[in-house]
Design a protein around this ligand. Sequence first.
Ligand code: SAM
Length: 354
Amino acid sequence: MTQKVFPIRSARAPAPAHDGPAPLDTLGRSLRDLRISVTDRCNFRCVYCMPRETFDHDFKFLPHEEILRFEEVARLARLFAGLGVKKVRITGGEPLVRRDLPRLIAMLAQIPDLDLTLTTNGSLLAKHAPALAAAGLKRVTVSLDSLEDATFRALNDADFPVARVIEGIEAAAAAGLAPVKINMVVKRGVNDAHVLDMAERWRGTGHIVRFIEYMDVGSSNGWRMDDVVPSAQIVQAIGARHALEPVDPDYTGEVAERWRYADGAGEIGVISSVTQAFCASCNRLRLSAEGSLYTCLFAEHGHDLKWLLRRGGSDEEIVNEVAAVWRARGDRYSEIRTAETAKARKVEMSYIGG
Ligand code: SAM
């Protein structure tokens, strides 16, 4: 039987008044990074993220009118910047399937001192990289789970070849969106044997591969702890081939643990959200394509902002609402993860973005 997974609708809690520019949550964390999903649709069906059994022809994606318009996104982003957001990552679904995305990038690029980046599966990047860069995008992260073509085609379940993602990475670099970060989600028995090849391919290129532990996001991927390859093993395996040295984080709350090759051939990163939870410094907020705020990647519920936007809420009301949501935040899912919590009904990654 086909199991249907729908995004969980948002709560509309009344917001107490906001009384300062940089709110702290209940664990003393400030807001810094905002991920904005611009669509819940994707042209891939990665088996661990949007399995076809669930995300099939009958799946109800968000209707067009429920998705925030670019003007709405840009207005919210500007208000978030006023609350301390320094970095915005555009995500999805697949953000490059959203028509005319450079127009949104151009609007966001006008916000002063904002680090503006985008995460993509790379399939449409060769086509769009020049326009994205010209619009003011600074960098891109490209997901690529294997260099072995058969494995990659099977993982994306769209028969999409590795070579075209590499073309996208090269086009991004040529357009000035470098260094490109290349994210590989590692799943035991699926692509863990390809980690060393991935590291080797990008060593010395200036691009940065980041190995991500497979996570129990959503409730459609059948996650098991046994599927997770601890990042420490990955660092050890790569370090056994080329000596590695730790690198200090760029800023507090950076999720990737950074390592550089001792011979100067560049750096790699690992994101250990399962084996070394980084909730204590998590400064991330997520805005779904339909305008709901999520204070954790593993959240069960969001907070609807669109109703406030569309009923003519003032900037002050919106800022107060966001600040109230942030102040009430106490999420630390990865620190308290168990086999039982992993089964909970959480928001899907394709809905909220990575
Ligand atoms: N379509 C874009 C892309 O492919 O980068 C953006 C959205 S995608 C949901 C963002 C990232 O989440 C991708 O790198 C993807 O591999 C990662 N991801 C999805 N499910 C995951 C899981 N269960 N564990 C770890 N990473 C996951």
